[in-house]
Every structure is written in C-alpha cells, then in structure tokens.
Design a protein around this ligand. Structure first.
Ligand code: HSE
Length: 440
C-alpha cells in the first residue's frame, strides 16, 4: 500500500471548505487517479468552516498557519488564506524553506512575491503549485506551462475577473446601475473582500502578470501592468458598443511587441461575434495566440467548487510525483522583461465625446485627428442628448451631443495628443471616454 499524501490546509473559507469537501467526497476517485490516497489530516483556521457540512473534528488543529506549514505530520501545505502579506506569505515561506510542498490559490501572493518564492522552492527542492490562482477552475497555468511548452506564445489575454464580467453583463442586459450590479456580485460571493480590487482592475492585473511570466518565460513584473478599472463605463458606452458590433469587457492582455512585453488591464471593446465577446456573466475566458495554435479556454473563474477543482488537481500532480518548476522554467532562466509602455500601444480606439452642438465642432475634431494621422472607421452622432436651450438657431447655445468615433489602428500617444487638442479647443463639455479595441 502506497503511503497517502498528507494534506495540511490553512483557511476554511469558501475555497478551503470546498477543497476539504472534495477531498472527502471524491476520496476513492482521487486515490485511483493519484495511485495513493490524498488525506486531509490537519488544518489552521481562525473561524469554523464556511460550509457547515465540513467536519474538522477528526483533524489536527493548529493555531498558526506557519506551525502547520512546518509540521512533520503533513506532506503538503495548502494555503487558502489569501492576501499578499502575512500570514499567507510567512507560512508559505516557512513551508518552502523547510522543503515542504505548497499548493496555493493566492494570486496576490504569487504576483507580488512569486519570483522569490519560486527561487526558495527551487533551493529547498519543494514543489510549488498555484493552478487555482488564475481564472479559478480553468486549467490555464498547466496549459501555458506544459500544454504549450514547445510553442511560441505571442499574446495571452482574457476575462480574468468574474465580478467585472458580471457587472458589465448585468448592466447591459437588465439596464441596471453599476452600484446595484456590484452589490449583487458581492451577495453571490464573487467579489473580493474589498471590491476595489475587482472593479479597479487590480485582481486582473495580478492574474495577467502571472500569465505573462508563464507565457513568455519572464520574471513576474506586476508593477509593469498598466491598470484601468471599469468604474468609468456607462450604460451609454455599453449600448453604443453593442450598436457598433462590440461588447465591452475588462481584459487583461499581455503581448510581445517590438517595444517589449506589453501588459495592460482595461475595459476593452471586443467583437460581439468573437468567443471572448460571447463570454458573459461571471464566467472567465483566456485566449492564447501561439505559433502552434490559437485557443480559448472558458469556464468559471471563481467560487468554491471550481477553484477547489484546481487546488485538488495540483494535489493529484503532487501525489503522482509530477512536478515542474513553479514558473515553467528554472528561476535563474527567467528573463527580465523589457517593459513596453502603454504610450506605445497600437490598435483601434472607441472615443466618446460630449461634443458642443454648434458649427465648427466636427471640423475641429476632424482636424485634430487628421493632424495626428488618425484615420476614422466610423463616426456616429447620437441624438438622445437634449438641447436644453432648444431652437433652430445654430448659433444658440445648445447642449452637448454624443459623438462616437471608431479609429483604425493608430497609437496611444497620437490619440492622447489629438484628444488633448480637442479639449483645448473647447468643443467638448467633458473629458472624452477612450476605450481600446482588441483584435480577436
Ligand atoms: N474576485 C475574483 C473574481 C475571484 O471576481 O473573479 C477570483 O479570483
């Protein structure tokens, strides 16, 4: 009889409880797949299990995650506490330092400290796995690290935050306010404890920084990610996007460009008919372009059952003795990424202007665009805006009209300069809305 893999679990929240349940309820199936039992033997948690069906009465209890992490009675420390600081960081360091395998779902920890932790794991010979840290149940870490091990990846991008996708979907389909949809996402348990991480794009930034490293063989460089959240997206933008054949999604995008590796998170226009454009609600999607093939993975990015499936998959690998370097190659072989600044980003843009409804406005806008060599694919003037002063006299003071421009491929610097001129000319009533268009 092969000895079981003994698991110590820190954190019994939504994901921790789901992992504990899966290890018990799928015990026989997991033993068959792994060739040995995977037994949960110990835990550390401040609070009782979030799921009352989880019975911890027969497990050894530790008051401190670090004490559990270094206890000789476990073979693998599973960190599901969350957060980039302590106790998550210190307990993972303690485990790896002691040569103990670690499995974690902690994207903030990996994004901020992944390079150092990968080195520490290598030094002590410990396995370090984090499939659940990116896109919950979608096996994208394994896909990049192993499935595409021989391919050259040019771009990886996707919807990596279920809360934002849920909010953008609900706002459009149910004509509801941003705040109302956010509240519902929180109630359903998708959002982070502090939802600013979701809607401000920081959660997505952590995840794309990890994918960038796996895709391009570079050190994780989360500071290089350009981050914009979804707070400025209005129902009018979502509707206009729809009329023009697009959906607006919060994307994390990493690509190789002539200027280096570009990493960015921002609301993005994607074609309605693309696979990513069809991924709505709380679902996540990750698209990978490589010389071998392009593929899109779609699935749940959050929630107990999905995320626990990824944690348990890492445990099965460990139990079978399948390990690989945490970031896909030896830490010393990871390249320092060259940062491609957002100012050099190239692509199409959606621009929404609150244009003053008077002669010369369109001419000024067109002139500013032409001066920067920006070619326009479409110009739409929407008529819903009221003319507060009414009347037919073109010289009378009128309210702003919504003008939407879609540009052909240009670059960020040029667009920013043109918009600065338009604002200086005094032909718009508020700061322009700018949304990048991503080719699928
Ligand atoms: N708050 C995250 C989301 C949870 O909404 O996707 C998973 O990381």
């Amino acid at each position: 009889m092969v000895a079981p893999l003994r698991v110590g679990l820190a954190g019994l929240g939504t994901v921790g409880s789901a992992v504990a349940r899966m290890l018990v309820e799928s015990r026989d199936q997991l033993a068959e797949r792994a060739g040995r039992p995977i037994d949960l033997v110990a835990f550390a948690a401040k609070d009782p299990p979030r799921d009352p069906k989880v019975d911890v009465s027969k497990l050894k209890k530790f008051d401190s995650p670090s004490a559990l992490a270094t206890d000789g009675g476990i073979d693998v420390f599973v960190e599901l506490l969350g957060g980039e600081g302590d106790p998550a960081k210190s307990s993972v360091e303690a485990a790896l330092g002691a040569g103990r395998a670690v499995v974690t779902a902690n994207k903030a920890l990996i994004a901020r400290h992944g390079n150092a932790l990968a080195k520490l794991a290598e030094k002590s010979g410990a396995s370090f796995a984090f499939e659940a840290a990116v896109a919950g149940g979608i096996p994208v870490v394994k896909t990049l690290r192993e499935g595409l091990g021989g391919a050259k990846v040019g771009r990886v991008y996707g919807i990596l935050n279920g809360t934002c996708n849920y909010i953008l979907t609900k706002m459009l389909t149910e004509q509801r306010s941003f705040a109302d949809c956010l509240k519902e996402a929180q109630r359903l348990g998708y959002a982070e404890a502090d939802p600013t991480f979701d809607i401000g794009g920081f959660d997505t930034a952590h995840k794309i920084a990890i994918l960038t490293s796996l895709a391009f063989g570079t050190e994780i460089d989360v500071e290089a990610v350009h981050v914009e959240g979804i707070e400025t997206i209005t129902l009018a933008d979502l509707q206009a996007a729809g009329e023009l054949g697009y959906k607006i999604k919060l994307l994390g995008v990493a690509s190789r460009t002539d200027a280096g590796i570009e990493q960015r998170v921002h609301p993005t226009m994607v074609p309605k008919g693309s696979v990513i454009g069809g991924v709505d609600g709380v679902l996540n999607a990750v698209a990978i372009d490589s010389d071998a093939m392009g593929l899109v993975l779609v699935g749940p990015g959050a929630g107990g059952p999905a995320t626990s499936a990824s944690v348990v998959a890492d445990l099965v690998d460990l139990a079978c003795g399948r390990t690989s370097p945490a970031l896909g190659r030896a830490a010393a072989r990871l390249a320092k990424p060259t940062r491609a600044p957002i100012q050099r980003h190239e692509g199409g843009y959606y621009i929404r202007l609150a244009a003053l409804d008077r002669p010369g406005t369109m001419a000024a806008i067109a002139k500013a665009m032409a001066a920067e060599n920006i070619s326009l694919e479409s110009i739409v003037q929407r008529h819903e805006t009221a003319r507060p002063h009414g009347g037919d006299d073109p010289k009378s003071a009128a309210g702003p009209a919504t003008v939407i421009l879609i540009t052909y491929a240009t670059n960020e610097d040029a667009v920013r300069r043109a918009l600065a001129v338009i604002e200086r000319e005094g032909v718009v009533a508020e700061a322009p809305q700018l949304i990048r268009i991503e080719k699928s």
